[in-house]
Design a protein around this ligand. Structure first.
Ligand code: NAD
Ligand code: UDP
Length: 310
């Protein structure tokens, strides 16, 4: 198939293009290298075309695709908050561009949404039926509301114009190729532990997240794209929940690091708990993650080590 992956130079996108190329697809990538790297594309096998452009701008060259995976958007709070106006535009206008391309060419479109649509959730674990608890005017809103707006726009294109849509709501995903300065917790802790620097624990560390290894997520995304789950959001993540303090201790013991843990202030609107209910993905796709945090951290630490000391 002819496939377009936006954000293919990023963390998840690069693992996705690697799988798509190895399955024999003809893969084009669109990315502006905001948080992605050209090396990630090179590592992922032979892509046909690399379009370096902003996804929220009109397409420089429109082609006909069978499948569009729309992943382009900064995902780390540090990155998406550094230029919030651009983040919102990327989330909403970027999705609009891909919806128009899908409508014009008949491509099937999968959009990467996020657990952030649930905000600081009052229901636990989060099912797709939960509407969320989101601050519309806080520092995280550019991302949370941008992705909610993208889901709304995409759902209306599917309802009124028949765009063949898939929506994946991704929960915290980690793995090899995350940037050292990505700013998210797993990459920060591993990088800090390997360098012997203090681990930066925000707040008291009792907040929770559920961490999914990237190969599990990519398998789920590929399966959702080829499924008949049309326009219904599907949670994908690992439902085993950890406190951030426990994550810090686990990383320290795996790296055998003498780093200390230093408390920093809790960021504004940081969700207290997050854990996916993945019943829909299990029932409709037969998908569940298979790599637990211990194994996933081993694989990630090994790759970070080899990048730090080539
Ligand atoms: P990432 O930052 O590593 O990758 C994002 C990619 O998109 C980068 O290559 C970046 O250069 C590109 N990009 C950003 N803005 C762009 C723009 N305006 N035009 C063109 N390219 C642009 O992030 P990731 O973790 O790989 O996330 C990929 C997608 O998955 C994002 O849409 C994100 O919202 C979603 N997601 C990720 C997670 C996670 O835990 N990793 C969780 C929820 C949702
Ligand atoms: N966090 C932390 N130290 C860090 C980075 C993040 O304690 O160096 C915390 C952060 O406050 C949040 C959790 O780890 O409670 C997950 O943060 P991340 O940025 O990875 O993802 P998100 O908040 O988007 O789930």
């Amino acid at each position: 198939m002819k496939v377009l992956v936006t954000g293919g130079a990023g963390f998840i996108g690069s693992h996705l293009i690697e799988s798509l190329v190895s399955m024999g697809n003809e893969v084009d990538v669109l990315d502006n290298f905001h948080t992605g790297r050209r090396e990630n594309v090179d590592l992922s096998g032979k892509v046909s075309n690399l379009y370096v452009q902003d996804v929220s701008e009109p397409l420089s060259r429109a082609r006909k695709y069978d499948r569009i995976y729309h992943m382009a958007c900064p995902a780390s709070p540090v990155h998406y908050q550094s230029d919030p106006v651009h983040t919102f535009k990327t989330a909403v206008f970027g999705t609009y561009r891909m919806l128009e391309l899908a409508r014009e060419t008949g491509a099937r479109l999968l959009i990467a949404s996020t657990s952030e649509v649930y905000g600081d959730p009052l229901e636990h674990p989060q099912t797709e039926q939960y509407w969320g608890h989101v601050n519309p005017v806080g520092p995280r809103s550019c991302y949370d509301e941008g992705k909610r707006g993208a889901e709304t726009l995409a759902s209306d294109y599917a309802r009124t114009m028949g765009v063949d849509l898939r929506i994946v709501r991704i929960f915290n995903t980690y793995g090899p190729r995350m940037l050292f300065d990505d700013g998210r917790v797993v990459s920060n802790f591993i990088h800090q532990a390997l360098l012997g620097h203090p681990l930066t624990l925000y707040g008291d560390g009792r907040q929770t997240r559920s961490f999914c290894y990237v190969s599990d997520l990519v398998r789920g995304i590929l399966s959702l794209m080829e499924s008949d789950v049309v326009a219904l959001p599907v949670n994908m993540g690992n439902p085993t929940e950890f406190t951030i303090h426990d994550l810090a201790r686990l990383v320290l013991s795996k790296v055998k690091s003498s780093s200390t843990i230093v408390n920093h202030p809790m960021p504004t609107d940081d969700p207290a708990r997050r854990c996916p209910d993945i019943s829909r993905a299990q029932d409709r796709l037969g998908w569940s993650p298979v790599i637990d945090l211990s194994r996933g951290l081993d694989l990630t630490i090994e790759e970070f080590r080899s990048r730090l000391h080539p």
